[in-house]
Design a protein around this ligand. Sequence first.
Ligand SMILES: NCc1[nH]cc(CCC(=O)O)c1CC(=O)O
Length: 328
Amino acid sequence: MTGTAGPLRIGTRSSPMALAQTAHVCELLRRQEPGLALETVPVTTEADRWHGDLSELGGKGGFVKEIDVQLQRGEIDMAIHCLKDIPGDVPLPEGLLFAAVLPRADVRDVLVVPEGSPVTAPSQLPPGATVASSSVRRRAQLLALRPDLHVARIRGAIGTRLDRLDGKPDAKRKGKGSAGVADALIVARAGLERLERTDRIRYEFPVTEMVPPVGAGVLALECRQDDTRVTRVLERLNDAKTQREATAERAMLRALRGHCNSPIAGHCGTGPDGQLTLRGMVFTHDGSHFAEAHHEAAHGEDPATLGSRVATALLHRGARALIDAIPH
Ligand SMILES: NCc1[nH]cc(CCC(=O)O)c1CC(=O)O
């Protein structure tokens, strides 16, 4: 299938953030194998084309499905995915494998405000202010902090969201300005880092105030199981610490049968002694109620077992009803 002489074809989403990630991976690959020919294949996915509510898209993993099909068919040789965009409740497509995860980026969510706004913390937003985010996880945790705020849905690439926040005309919306769409926006710090837009950050939510999503800041490199040429190259980029943390978080997500619109947070950290600690949370839509579990790995406990243990604790605390209450 893969011509040994042909370039390594890398499938990616076509958003600016995805293309920046790809450029980074290409640099890592070139550093490792200077002679390697690389070709980037941007794919516009179903979820990129759909501007409505993500939960209304049929099926799961709208950001990754089409790329995975191309990989299975041999039209590309590897794919780069944000681990957080990969559903926890469906298995990896037949014949595919995550050969590596890259060292994790910053996992925090951040607050961005329109150009010229003096706000530097959520507490400074005026009563009843509007904050843009389509994530049920961010919505719930923001409302837990500030129940008076209004959370507005926003979709599209991060750069587009920033432009809309600043009231710049949006080409896709036929030049209509969108001044005043919101008083603030919540996005992942890692996304702004990849786009070199961290200058827009006004506030970084501590991970205990806004618990990150499962797989935050992790790039996963995927290839075909039987493609030993590519598997060998990618395996050398794997970061073992990130892999353990991601394994624990995703084991929790799988056991909770979380879907893409789940109000679930999961954050695994590694202590100085290498000890894993996993915090899981499941929220109601308005953040007024939640289940929480925070466990440290027992000596010699593997990451996946820690993940299922946290999930079991959450289920004991009523997580199932919270997850099922949100339509998907
Ligand atoms: N859903 C889109 C998406 N997927 C991954 C990231 C951020 C980077 C990461 O966590 O890998 C983002 C943007 C955001 O949530 O603001």
